[in-house]
Ligand binder design. Structure first.
Ligand SMILES: *[C@@H]1O[C@H](CO)[C@@H](O)[C@H](O)[C@H]1NC(C)=O
Length: 102
């Protein structure tokens, strides 16, 4: 149904406890808090920086936005995790997605 939308894409950031070259590492979890899959999930990534490589198959920085899992569907109530290192932490806000319900 159409009730799943961008507002259901939630990201949470917590300190991993690791420090890389003096820079704190953060664990990010992105959750699709709705029953329908959502694909082509993009975050605003304008100010995002990291000294730790993030696999582009998980988060691909493309100009001012970041594409999650190559645009593949994040299933209902599924989550994706990744880590990066920067100071301060970055707030990942979902900018666009495509909802598919079957
Ligand atoms: C997930 O969705 C439910 C139902 O809409 C809502 O009550 C809950 O607060 C949401 N969880 C988070 C972490 O926002």
């Amino acid at each position: 149904s159409s009730y799943c939308n961008l507002n259901n894409i939630i990201s949470g950031t917590t300190r991993s406890g690791r420090v890389i070259r003096g820079i704190p590492e953060w664990n990010v979890v992105v959750i699709n808090n709705c029953s329908c899959a959502q694909s082509k999930i993009r975050f605003d990534c304008k100010e995002f920086r990291t000294i730790e490589d993030v696999s582009p198959s998980i988060l691909s920085v493309q100009g001012d936005s970041c594409l999650l899992i190559n645009g593949n569907p994040l299933m209902g109530f599924a989550s994706v995790r990744f880590s990066y290192a920067w100071d301060p932490a970055f707030v990942f806000l979902a900018r666009s997605s495509h909802t598919t319900c079957s």
